[in-house]
Design a protein. Structure first.
Length: 722
């Protein structure tokens, strides 16, 4: 990587050559001619739309790249037009203006000299007297010059209100010729319409522009921001008093002002205020529609005539001849799967959910049913496919997302071609995706939802599985008997003990092969060191595990000495420190790194929670290649805010996945996140080995804390009411 040779300095010069430019990210490599310097210097960085001959004012630092030598790494940049005749000729002849090449540029400068750009600005018709420029070409040049001028003015305007070069280009690409107009009209629209800009950034830009703290644009955007923040915490709505309190703390506005903003949001169709049971709930319109649609779809299925296919001797014969002995609960679930339209199967690890699903598939195949299997994540779908031997897809791929218009091809008008839809890991299914999925269930089909209601709820808003169970209107079979083979695993035994509020059993050295081990360590810093030692040396040597493929560190939270952020840095150094890489956005990316996607990207067909490995880095082309389950996906550097290191991840991000071994740091530093369902979820991610490193006090806090944070949702209420 480049070596820093000095502090931040300024640099002014004129572009002599553009060696490389990524139009999507704005990353550029240019040669800059500096007055008085013997030869041009190399400048790299996110630079605004610029052309040969343009003058730039830069801030940054000199670095020495091991391959490309000394270069100036620009952190900020302000462009201006050239003033010398030679500079103007280079600028116009660079190809930046459509219709003007080197020959025409020379003729324009010969005709108008240093006033050439003023003529293009104020009297563009005058250039028609230049040899070779007819009426048609004049119109092309005028249009090209206008487009170039608008883009430059937009960027200069954005820089003037404190927007960085990277964000400025994102904004300019979003709004094009209307950038200045749109932002001057309402800078808060940026938080809604440009990825990477939130309310706080838009608020800072608005303040620079002189917008009043109590203007309606700010208050309206603050209400939306507050509801979206609550949505990120899992809530579908906010009680009105709570919304007013949070928004007041953010904006410093009076309740009357905030109520007016809520009313405006309702009038615009952005918000819904619903009163039930004396409580006013404020929804984002999208959340309200999703919750109502989930309830509506399920009610339609529940009201459909029962199938009654399970009655008679055929079913009894199937159960008697099935090669695996089925428990009474499993037989009950089999019967309900044939008789009803909707069924929920829930239960912890080792209780026979997989055995039951395989029996259901076999039974329905005997009835000539068309069966479709799905799960919320790629890893969960892959595991479902491996355990059943049948094709399983993610919900996103099953519904056939259309990039061109952001909709799903499969819906009520074009339903799935199946008679039975089985969805696994339903605890991960958020309300919005549930609405899309249930909408695509064809008339006459049956829906079976399989999941563990005691795991953490979905990352997205809502708690679909728990709410469906709590409604009391959907048939539920809870598998609670741990089968004999599963009782031999301390992982499964202890997961159930934690679920019941009991401390885990601690294996002695001779029993460690049963899969569960606890290592006592008080100091969080030493916990982190022990985790690194376990992952990099001890577990691979003792159990033959691949540290990059077989072991996953699961943390209660991101921060802290033994949190995911700190552990990722140390594990990356321990496991992959010698690989080639580069720095960006405060993170280091190296070939071979384990990374996780943290945003659904439908164009790439990669989704939140997918884990991949970096297989290539091209610094010149500014592209990084990541392999996800055998598919290599290119990421331009600007998109790298979509991925994070994944040597250590939070327990929340591990949902739907299983690993041969998990290592769980658990200290009182994690107090805020020490919850029973979090510990239970972490343990149930392990197939062969689960190691907890930390204190028994932290473990006891987690086991005793069964106060699951309730999410604001009315799905159960909607299902239970007529």
């Amino acid at each position: 990587m480049p070596e820093n040779t000095s502090g931040s300095v300024s640099l002014q010069g004129e572009i002599e050559r553009i060696t490389y430019r990524d139009e999507k990210t704005g990353y550029s490599v240019i040669r800059l001619r500096i007055a008085g310097a013997a030869k041009p210097v190399t400048v790299v960085g996110i630079l605004p739309v610029a052309s040969i001959g343009e003058a730039l004012s830069l801030m940054g630092e000199w670095v020495v790249h091991p391959r490309f030598g000394k270069q100036f790494q620009a952190r900020s940049c302000r462009p201006s037009v050239p003033v010398t005749a030679a500079g103007i000729e280079r600028y116009l002849g660079s190809g930046a203006i459509k219709g003007v090449g080197p020959v025409t540029a020379r003729r324009i400068v010969q005709e108008f000299g240093e006033k050439a750009l003023d003529v293009l600005d104020r009297e563009p018709e005058s250039i028609a007297r230049v040899t070779g420029i007819g009426k048609a070409r004049l119109n092309v040049i005028k249009a090209g010059w206008k487009a170039r001028t608008v883009a430059r003015e937009a960027l200069l305007f954005l820089y003037s209100v404190g927007v960085s070069a990277g964000l400025a280009e994102k904004i300019q690409r979003r709004y094009g010729d209307f950038t200045v107009e749109r932002i001057r009209e309402n800078p808060y629209r940026l938080a809604e319409e440009v990825w990477g800009i939130g309310f706080l950034t838009a608020d800072r830009i608005a303040a620079q522009m002189g917008f009043s703290p109590d203007c309606s644009f700010r208050v309206d955007a603050g209400i939306l921001h507050t509801l979206r923040t609550l949505s990120e915490a899992g809530h579908l709505y906010s009680p009105l008093p709570g919304l007013l309190s949070r928004a007041s703390a953010l904006l410093g506005a009076e309740p009357e002002t905030l109520l007016e903003a809520v009313a405006r949001g309702v009038d615009r169709g952005e918000l819904v205020v619903e009163e039930k049971g004396g409580e006013e709930a404020v929804y984002l319109m999208s959340a309200y529609r999703s919750e109502k649609h989930v309830a509506q779809c399920l009610k339609v299925l529940l009201s459909s005539p029962p199938l009654r296919e399970g009655l008679g001797d055929t079913f009894g014969e199937f159960v008697r001849q099935y090669p695996v002995h089925l428990s009474a609960k499993q037989v009950e679930a089999l019967q309900l799967s044939l008789e009803g339209r909707v069924l929920i199967v829930t239960g912890g690890p080792g209780t026979g959910k997989t055995t039951l699903v395989k029996a259901i598939l076999k039974l329905h195949e005997g009835h000539k049913k068309r069966i479709t299997l799905a799960a919320p994540t790629g890893r969960a779908a892959k595991r479902l496919q491996e355990t059943t031997g049948q094709n399983a897809r993610t919900v996103h791929r099953l519904l056939e997302y259309k990039v061109q218009d952001g909709t799903f091809a499969r819906c009520a008008e074009n339903p799935l071609a199946c008679d039975l839809l089985v969805v696994d890991e339903v605890s991960m299914l958020d309300t919005q995706m549930a609405a899309h999925l249930f909408d695509a269930v064809p008339p006459g089909a049956s829906l079976i939802l399989v999941g563990d209601a005691d795991q953490l709820p979905s990352v997205g808003p809502g708690n679909v599985l728990r709410e469906c169970i709590a409604s009391g209107v959907i048939p539920v079979v809870e598998l609670n008997e741990i089968f004999r083979q599963s009782r031999e695993s301390l992982i499964i035994v202890n997961a159930h003990r934690v679920r019941e509020g009991l401390m885990p059993l601690f294996a002695g050295e001779a029993e460690a092969r049963k899969g569960f081990h606890f290592i006592a360590e008080e100091d969080p810093e030493k916990v982190a060191l022990k985790v690194c030692e376990l992952v990099s040396r001890t577990l691979p040597q003792r159990f033959g595990l691949d540290p990059l493929e077989d072991i996953q560190v699961l943390c209660p939270m991101h921060k802290g000495e033994s949190g995911a952020i700190a552990l990722n840095e140390s594990l990356q150094e321990a496991l992959n420190g010698l690989s080639a890489g580069f720095h960006r956005g405060g993170k280091t990316f190296r070939i071979g790194d384990r990374v996780m996607q943290v945003k659904n990207d439908y164009e790439k067909d990669v989704f939140n929670g997918d884990i991949g490995r970096i297989v290539g880095i091209d610094e010149e082309e500014q592209v990084l290649a990541i392999a996800f389950d055998g598919r290599v996906i290119p990421y331009v550097f600007m998109d790298l805010d979509q991925v994070i290191p994944a040597y250590a991840i939070t327990v929340h991000k591990s949902q739907g996945s299983e690993y041969p071994a998990v290592v769980i740091p658990l200290t009182t530093q994690h107090y805020l996140m020490l919850q029973r369902n979090l510990l239970y979820t972490a343990l149930t991610r392990a197939r062969r080995l689960a190691v907890i490193v930390g204190t028994k006090k932290a473990l006891a806090i987690a086991v005793k804390n069964d106060k699951v944070q309730l999410r604001c949702s009315r799905l159960a209420l909607r299902l239970s009411q007529p």
